[in-house]
Design a protein around this ligand. Sequence first.
Ligand code: B12
Length: 401
Amino acid sequence: MNIGLFPMSGIRVCDTELLRLGLTLPGFVERSKTIAALPSLGLLTLAGMTPARHRVQYVEVPDGNLLDPLPTGLDLAAISTYSAQIDEAYELAQRFKAIGVPTVIGGPHVTAIPEEAAQYCSSVVVGEGEPLWLHVLEDAECGRLQQYYRVDADGFDFADAPIPSFELLDISKYNRLTVQTSRGCPHHCEFCASSVVLTHNYKQKPVSKVLDEINRILTIWPRPFIEFADDNSFVNKAYWRQLLGEIADKGLRWFAETDISVAEDEDLLDLMHRAGCAQLLIGLESPTEAGLHGLETRSDWKFKRFPHCKEAIRTIQSHGITVNGCFVLGLDGQTPDVFDQVFDFVKETELYEVQITLLTPFPGTPLYARLEREGRLLEPRNWKKCTLFDINYRPANMSVE
Ligand code: B12
């Protein structure tokens, strides 16, 4: 078969004022200008497990309107997206349907609301793609695609992870490549719509598999910058001591996402720095305790850890690793003072970088369900606003304005 892989890969913000002011996403968007692409690790991973008899083309779709005319001669179009570009993904699926090309879609959004996606796509893959992709291909090959493909929540063992087909990329377009060492998170924050939507447990990919992926990248990019696309990397410290030992001499520079507890292991911070760790993105969420209570739904972890945050940031940065502190504006406990409180927190801690976003009710999250129950969603199902930079709910102690 001729298979087309279409990741919706644009930046989306509805708030034109914010766009005019100059939106920044680390290593990706500077002052509202996209400075580099970031590949779809999801589709590259599926490409990596696609039997060689199939021809695969990978086409990033920053804007569906730009994909005109559609590529011809395809037997199957596979689409990947997050909530913000889901409408464009549905439009693209409809255009393929009109020329007789079946479509299959996947990702956290359609995993949360598969019935919606089934109205536009031939097939919907719910959850992780790896355990289902070969079934999809077999069924597509004999023209009997099913409407839904599901595995039970933890049906996929990361030890079976395929090597993503990084070689499908025009490497000159990217200033970093993503590698995933784990999925899930030991914490469950009410608003999180990342891999916790796909899997309930924390799963780790064997060190040997991660090394295979990094070595594959090194064949196409001698001195790469890697973004570990984990939601919380350093949960398993022993694992990382081994991995860091293996990558220390590979000339990598890298970025990862984690929680504040990483600061407790200064030997590990030293190993990370020596192995090329440039920056850690950490979900601080709020500059004060206000807003943190109950945010992490399993053990109120972020509220309990707040008193240690400032010292932890200093500790991490004192090991030569910059911290990108993430703050969420509009949490229920916050008041209009939060804007100055963020500014003061950043000045006091000398955070190297910040990502300041707005509380966003993503589908499939406890937050979306709660705000819906409380009648506080402004435009339910207006997924275009799932950008982290648009307001789509009524805050508790502030006006929308
Ligand atoms: C890399 C990345 C990007 C890249 C995406 C590249 C791409 N084209 O896919 C870029 C920079 C383009 C991007 C853009 C945006 N992003 Co972003 N991004 C991430 C990041 C850092 C890593 C995602 C990743 O690589 N995961 C690993 C892969 C393997 O997982 P996966 O994509 O879910 O794929 C698996 C399954 O979902 C499934 N699957 C997925 N697609 C398909 C397709 C088929 C056919 C099948 C069968 C299976 C399948 O199989 C895969 C393997 O199991 C996450 C944060 C994180 N740590 O996860 C945020 C994250 C995903 N982004 C987020 C957001 C909000 C955005 C933006 C809206 C930002 C903005 N304002 O513009 C845009 C939206 C673009 C869109 N398409 O809708 C949110 C998404 C929340 C949500 N559920 O919608 C996240 C979770 C960050 C957050 N803080 O909340 N992002």
